[in-house]
Design a protein around this ligand. Structure first.
Ligand code: ZN
Length: 178
């Protein structure tokens, strides 16, 4: 079986095998036909970029995560972890139907964590760091036969607190297959 993630970004597959602590795969293993190691069935990492057009904005990345799922195999069943490798942006799940919910979250976080409050960090973006930690760096979502099992009203949001920028998002699959 070809490890599907490798077709999209071989460098990431190779680089992050060590990071995953599951095991290391060589470039030839990632690109090889008929590779049968259980490791590559267990964890594959996909990266995509997302633009955030304001300093504080929630960007719905649900469809981007859905688009990554075929890379894990047609009938993939397991868990995907959606992870943001940044310190002033987070990942959260909340209502996607009414955009006012995301704006209420942004407004409420701004009240909880004012932009200027005598912080020590000299960069001037301490509020963004704190809000990112409140949201967290990842969410885990079940996938059944290639379908993301979110609740009816749930969306996955990239929560930007120090934009506008281009952010990276990683989707890591943990399969039930052995
Ligand atoms: Zn900073």
């Amino acid at each position: 079986m070809v490890a599907p993630g490798c077709a999209i970004n071989t460098r990431l597959c190779v680089d992050h095998w060590g990071y995953s602590s599951v095991g290391r795969a060589s470039r030839s293993q990632c690109e090889g036909q008929g590779f049968e190691s259980p490791y590559l069935h267990l964890k594959i990492l996909i990266e995509f970029s997302a633009s955030t057009p304001a300093r504080e904005i929630f960007v719905d990345i649900t469809e981007r995560v859905v688009a990554a799922l075929p890379s894990f195999g047609e009938a993939f069943t397991g868990i995907v972890t959606v992870f943001v490798p940044h310190t002033t942006a987070g990942i959260t799940i909340n209502e996607g139907a009414d955009p006012d919910v995301a704006q209420d979250l942004i407004d409420s976080l701004a009240r909880l964590v004012p932009r200027n409050a005598g912080y020590r960090h000299s960069e001037g973006n301490s509020d963004a760091h704190i809000k990112a930690s409140l949201m967290g760096s990842h969410v885990a979502v079940a996938v059944e036969n290639g379908r993301l099992r979110l609740g009816t009203w749930q969306s996955i949001y990239l929560a930007e607190f120090d934009g506008p920028r281009t952010r990276r998002v990683w989707v890591v699959a943990t399969s039930s297959r052995t």
